[in-house]
Design a protein around this ligand. Structure first.
Ligand code: ARG
Length: 558
């Protein structure tokens, strides 16, 4: 039952529609005040009365009944209380009925969302800086699916550019097949780093020639390039498996090689392309931005050119409702420019392109550096977390079965949760101790809460939901948190903010633990015991669903 709807339906305000009331209803800061609140400030103009007076008048004229047990006016807010036993039974039975679909919706049916995320660069290290785009994109992917959208995950590979000429040149001089086959991406990266350190004029010249050979379709150059690409993808796919993310398309920058010319023609035809110092640009000065570079003076295309072609291709191919780009805020200007150019081209759907920007991740022991081999590979961060998790688990519970698998779930979960806990635009400092703390606002804490709930349920045996049970304060807090899951997922999608889900999980776990500590469960009897078990079960299902949206597994025992 949608209690918010009930409130909107039962409350009548002259000249204000049920829909307006519904969308104005908020959650009061705590349950003692009420379960829903209507702020009356915005009605002050219409009624020419103070918000305090309006709330008081509405309260005086409201007749409680049905799902609403109490109304009060406080400081310009009209507060509503829902019949507690009803909210509890409705919520818990809904969780029971929906199971792993609890919190899902069909709101996205028949709509397609494209998510461009992770978008790694071939032959470059996959480092800690790629963590956020991968896990934010991965979570949004699952969240939108949960809401019924058709989702297309796109890895817009960075597989275009002069660096591949350099790489081939370095390989020809210093590399050999066995070493690269064995060392994979690390060997490729070493070659590339060495080129940047040691290449002389002669090699630079050769590198340009190799790049030209790739472009002109030379067989050997292309085979080498494809091989480097394959090795990179094999490596990153291993990490994607660990993090539980997936892609439906790996169409990278190269894919658009033959799709840029039509864009350039369209730009020309629409009078948008201007000549500037030999280069071709779209002037964005009227919009307060530097020009968008389309073709360099030597005729080469740019990152932006390929993004224009990609956006148009995606619209034609997927007819998206929205297309998201999960890319660091350093590229704010790039996306503003690209979106603007598309708008100027008359693509009305340019408004549906969204740059989901996020902040930097650095490690506690110093800022990350991508120069000269000082990179922190994501793989190392994950394995260090898994190792640490193993040690902690082993210390806490040496006889636990399946310790390796549990350590993997805990360690990987810590990396993901750590990256998703804060509002995405914030820069974050990654700390191993923090993300693995059992007491902190962490996935371990949530996983541990699940294990605790699991253990209670295993010991309990059967029970049935009691009729008309009136929950106490701690129980009610848990019920209300659970009841808010669906709205949390919706808000996370609406704001492209997986942190709403991580924070929800921690909040529900904290409320459950407060209940667990204050209230006995197994030693109780009758209706109280039944209710508490049902509540424990509903909490477990909800926490599992929340973690699953983030790509985090839940061990049965810990
Ligand atoms: N490969 C790029 C980078 O590492 C990110 C690509 C993002 N997606 C896009 N369509 N531009 O910076």
């Amino acid at each position: 039952m949608d209690f918010k709807r009930e409130v909107a339906r039962q409350l009548h305000i002259d000249g204000v529609t049920e829909e307006e009331i519904y969308s104005s209803l908020t959650l009061p800061p705590n349950s003692e005040m009420g379960d829903y609140a209507l702020p009356c400030f915005k009605f002050a103009k219409i009624f020419r009365k103070s918000p305090v007076q309006i709330a008081a008048d509405l309260a005086a004229n409201f007749e409680c009944g049905g799902a609403i047990s109490e109304v009060s006016a406080v400081n310009g807010y009209l507060n509503f209380k829902i019949v507690k036993s009803l909210l509890a039974s409705e919520t818990i039975s809904e969780v029971k009925l929906s199971g792993d679909a609890f919190g899902s919706s069909e709101i996205g049916n028949n709509k397609t969302i494209c998510i461009d995320y992770s978008s790694v660069n071939i032959a470059k290290p996959f480092h800690i800086g790629h963590l956020s785009t991968t896990v934010i994109g991965g979570a949004l992917y699952k969240i939108y699916k949960f809401l019924g959208y058709n989702v297309v995950g796109i890895n817009h590979l960075g597989d275009y550019g002069t660096q591949f000429g350099k790489l081939i040149c370095a390989y020809k001089h210093w590399g050999n097949r066995e070493d690269v086959e064995k060392g994979g991406i690390h060997a490729i990266n070493d070659l590339y780093v060495r080129f940047n350190e040691q290449a002389d004029e002669e090699m630079e010249k050769e590198a340009r020639e190799y790049f030209r050979l790739i472009e002109s379709g030379d067989r050997e150059a292309n085979e080498l390039f494809e091989w480097f690409k394959e090795l990179t993808l094999k490596y990153v796919k291993g990490i994607y498996d660990m993090l539980g993310v997936k892609f439906d398309s790996y169409a990278g920058e190269r894919f658009y090689t033959d799709k840029m010319q039509p864009v350039i023609e369209e730009l020309t035809q629409k009078g948008l392309l201007k000549e500037s110092e030999g280069a071709k640009i779209v002037d964005l000065e009227p919009y307060g931005m530097p020009p968008c570079l389309i073709l360099r003076s030597d005729g080469a295309s740019l990152y932006a050119t390929r993004d224009l072609a990609a956006a148009i291709y995606r619209k034609n191919t997927y007819d998206f409702y929205k297309c998201l780009y999960v890319v660091a805020y350093q590229q704010n200007l790039h996306f503003k420019q690209v979106f603007k150019v598309l708008e100027l081209m008359g693509k009305e759907w340019a408004k549906d392109l969204v740059h989901v920007a996020y902040g930097m991740v650095s490690l506690e022991d110093g800022a990350m550096s991508t120069r000269k081999g000082k990179v922190v590979w994501l793989e190392d961060v994950i394995s260090r977390c898994v190792d640490k998790a193993y040690k902690i688990i082993d210390e806490k519970n040496p006889t636990l079965e399946n310790k390796e698998e549990i350590a993997r779930q805990v360690g990987v979960g810590a990396v993901i949760f750590g990256a998703l806990y804060n509002n995405k635009i914030k820069d974050i400092v990654f700390s191993y101790d923090k993300v693995l703390s059992f007491e902190g606002e962490t996935s371990v804490y949530v996983q541990y809460t699940c294990a605790r709930a699991n253990s209670v349920l295993t010991k309990a045996g059967t029970y049935s939901y009691p009729q008309n049970y009136e929950p106490n304060a701690q129980e009610y807090e848990v019920v209300k948190a659970i009841a808010n899951f669906g709205n949390t997922v919706l808000a996370a999608a609406e704001n492209y903010e997986p942190s709403y889900v991580t924070r929800f999980a921690v909040d529900l776990a904290q409320k459950f633990n407060k209940f667990y500590i204050d209230c006995k469960i197994l030693t109780e009897e009758g209706a109280t015991r039944d209710f508490r078990l049902a509540l424990t079960d509903a909490t477990l299902t909800t926490l599992k669903n929340a973690l699953k949206l983030l790509g985090i597994g839940v061990p049965e025992k810990m």
